[in-house]
Design a protein around this ligand. Structure first.
Ligand SMILES: NCC(=O)N[C@@H](Cc1c[nH]cn1)C(=O)O
Ligand SMILES: [Zn+2]
Ligand SMILES: [Zn+2]
Length: 483
């Protein structure tokens, strides 16, 4: 099927008309503090699942189910902590239509005003044509986008061109715990007859050109717990007399990665697939620049000075980031304490052909060796908290083609085909368990500040993003079924 514009103008007009309602829907979603990484906020994550059930019910979804995933596995502070449920729903069940499964997540990263936000993170604040708030782009905006598409169709009295299944999870930012098993269980049940999976949970590379994404890095997240004294101690009384856990931890963490981003754990780069000549040429055609990277990071701190090098280091090579130290003094002022127990957190973004289990072995053995060399009387436990696979696909299929046409129609330009440095742990699982293609169709821009302060979604991206998601369903519905 070649690109012939479908008559979608009424849909676009309806989406424009409903803009205030769509912003209101996103505002309600952002106001729920569904932070999956903060155990004390787990009830809010569950509240967010109830919000979605209510929205789906009002929009006429059928067979809405909340799938319980049981108790969260360790490491966790509360051994009784339950995982938030998976929300499933169906819109349409016509055997003559194709079935599209859309996935998104309703949990968010932590955020507090003290981190440096200009506005309250859990309030959607509009400044000119930008909506600020935690989750606005990652991933509540896109999740609301799918609901908005249904609302627009209903108000137009239009049938949806495909059957739509939704799968929304509440643990994506914390390793998608429990979802792999659920997908395996439902592959031949709830998800049977799925023709393709569409995920809107990443971003354009820059700020002006849409992209379609065919690759993700994986993410293995680790912690190093070092235990020392029986309680936090006065550094005047005990300083110089006891072995300090933080001193050990900093020594170890400083030997994981160097200042140029090179991972110092022996053996990691040996597992990385070599970059081919053919692949090298792909980077030349992508619209991106060092200036855009600096603008998005709000600094001049780029480690690489060519587009090709930046893209390879974002998409193609592994990286190791140090995230934080639990138990360390971090407030203002000058507290003269020796923390008794500290837990260092870091993650490695993985790429083909890194073997996740082998990587864990290399990482844990290396850390234990570094600790042994310290001859410290403290104790250490280094472990994996969660992992998620990398994913690379071939974008020459009906789903990507439909997304290409939809993007051309809405944005009047051809998107770039990109990979992404971030991770969506469940992507590979969908592909393997359902035996379908997976498409990543992002809504937000590269400078949206996902996971950062002042996360935002530009209103044109939200509204045109809804048009793109809706158009994608229409173009995809025109392809012959492969079943
Ligand atoms: N929008 C996708 C995203 O932000 N994914 C997270 C997933 C993750 C992995 N480990 C913890 N969170 C990411 O950080 O890439
Ligand atoms: Zn996300
Ligand atoms: Zn995220």
């Amino acid at each position: 099927m070649s690109f012939n514009k479908l008559p979608l103008e009424p849909l676009y007009e309806k989406i424009e008309e409903l803009k205030p309602k769509f912003i209101e829907r996103l505002s309600k979603a952002v106001s729920i503090k569904s932070v999956s990484g903060d155990e004390s906020l787990r009830p809010n994550v569950v509240e967010m699942s109830a919000f979605l059930v209510n929205e789906l019910t009002n929009l006429g979804f059928e067979d809405i189910q909340l799938k319980d995933l049981g108790i969260q596995p360790p490491p966790v502070n509360d051994p009784e902590l339950r995982l938030p449920p998976i929300v499933l729903g169906r819109y349409g069940n016509d055997s003559k239509k194709k079935t599209v499964l859309v996935y998104g997540h309703y949990d968010v990263q932590p955020a507090s005003k003290e981190d440096g936000w200009s506005t309250e993170p859990f309030e959607l604040v509009q400044v000119e044509d930008i909506l600020y708030g935690r989750g606005s782009t990652d991933d509540k905006g896109p999740v609301m986008g799918w609901l908005n598409v249904i609302q627009a169709h209903r108000e137009l009295g239009w049938e949806l061109p495909v059957n739509l299944l939704v799968c929304f999870e509440g643990m994506e930012e914390s390793g998608s715990l429990g979802l792999d098993d659920l997908i395996a269980k439902e592959a031949k049940n709830y998800f049977k007859n799925v023709d393709t999976v569409c995920i809107s949970d990443n971003y354009w590379l820059g700020t002006t050109k849409p992209v379609l994404t065919y690759g993700l890095r994986g993410c293995n997240y680790y912690q190093i717990a070092i235990n020392g004294p029986g309680a936090d101690l006065h550094s005047g009384v005990f300083g110089g007399c006891v072995a300090e856990p933080m001193t050990d931890l900093i020594k170890i963490m400083s030997q994981l990665v160097d200042g140029k981003g090179k991972i110092l754990i022996p053996g990691v780069y040996d597992m990385v697939a070599p970059v081919t000549e053919e692949e090298n040429s792909l980077y030349d055609d992508i619209d991106f620049s060092v200036e855009e990277l600096n603008a998005a990071s709000g600094s001049n701190t780029a480690l690489h000075q060519t587009k090709q090098d930046i893209l390879k280091h974002r998409w193609r090579f592994p990286s190791l980031s140090l995230h934080g130290i639990e138990g360390a003094f971090s407030g203002g002022g000058a507290k003269t304490v020796i923390p008794a127990k500290v837990i260092g957190k870091f993650s490695i973004r993985t790429v083909p052909d890194i073997d996740s289990g082998k990587l864990d072995e290399l990482v844990i053995n290396y850390i234990n060796k570094l600790f042994k060399d310290l001859s410290s009387p403290n104790t250490i436990k280094a472990e994996l908290i969660h992992d998620g696979n990398y994913w690379v696909s071939n974008p020459f299929n009906d789903s990507f083609t439909a997304a290409l046409y939809a993007t051309q129609h809405v944005w009047n330009m051809k998107p770039d085909f990109t990979r992404e440095g971030g991770s969506i742990p469940i992507t590979l699982t969908f592909e393997q368990q359902l035996g379908t293609d997976v498409l990543l169709l992002p809504m937000g821009r590269g400078d949206d500040g996902a996971h950062s302060i002042n996360e935002k979604l530009n209103i044109p991206n939200y509204i045109n993003g809804c048009k793109t998601l809706g158009s994608y369903l229409h173009y995809y519905g025109k392809f012959e079924s492969n079943k």
